[in-house]
Every structure is written in structure tokens, then in C-alpha cells.
Design a protein. Sequence first.
Length: 177
Amino acid sequence: MEYHFSLPVSEEDVKKLHIGDIIYVSGRIFTARDEAHHLMLEKNNVPFDPSDMALFHCGPLMKKTGDKWEVISAGPTTSSRMEIFEDKFLEKYKVKVIIGKGGMGKNTQKALQKYISIYTSYTGGAGALAADKVEEVEEVYWLDKLGMPEAVWILRVNEFGPLVVAMDSHGKSIYKR
């Protein structure tokens, strides 16, 4: 099945999804790799609401012109590196959609079931195509502290995808078939 969602995605919509489904999302997503996960888990609060957005495992290549940022490339990074954080991250921030590549492990799978979330896979090597789906860079957090690839970028996207539901909220994973 193919679905088109505006973010945030409801629990009811997440429950409809099964491995192999294709989704496209529109709205706000945020990037977070290893260092951003670590930093956000240490903080008592962050200056944005992750639960309203999709989490994108991505270290984008950005260009600043004047006071505006532009995404040059936004390919997914290997998600398995976030396995040590993701269950705690889902518990704390209640993110419903994760975008990455390569899959995640059993702790994340359990957390996806518990918190009614999904992990989706985006094609590696397609960073320029992903960048085309970004309408606006709304904000960047911790750029000075973490650097460009590890900073948290808030992106407004339109029809971002195709994203393959690779791990669903029902305990299924395409990586375990």
C-alpha cells in the first residue's frame, strides 16, 4: 500500500502501516545523528517539539546564502549507529516516524511496538533527490557545538519519499524476513 501523510502522524495511522508499505511525508522533519541523539537525551528540554516531526538519520550538506540555509544533499546515514540511543529517544520524545537506512536492532524494534512508531528506509545515495523535497530550512540547533553533519536541522518537506516501512509497530521487520 502507498500512503501520503502530513506530519505529525497519529498513532491510528501508524498502526495501519505494515512492512513493505510505501509512505510519503509532508511537514516538518528533524535530522539527528549520534551526537545529536546523545545531546538531546542529556537535556531536560529542547527548543522544539520532536514528537510533531519525523526523525531523519541524516548529516546533510548545507549551503548558507545570506541568512538562509539551503540543503545541497540530505541522504540518510547508517541507522544502526543510533541503536544504542533509539529506544530511550523514542521513550523521551515519542517520535512516530524514523527515516534512515540499513535497519536497526531489537531494542529499537521493541520500542517501536511500545511507543507505536515506525522505522522507514530511504534509498542511500539519493541525497540530492531528498534535498529536492526540502521546501525550507526552518532552523538549526547546536551548529557551533556539533558541526554541520551532527547539528539538528529542522526541515519543511513536501512529499518526502518514497519511504519503505522497514520496521513496523507490530513487531515486524523486513530485515528479519
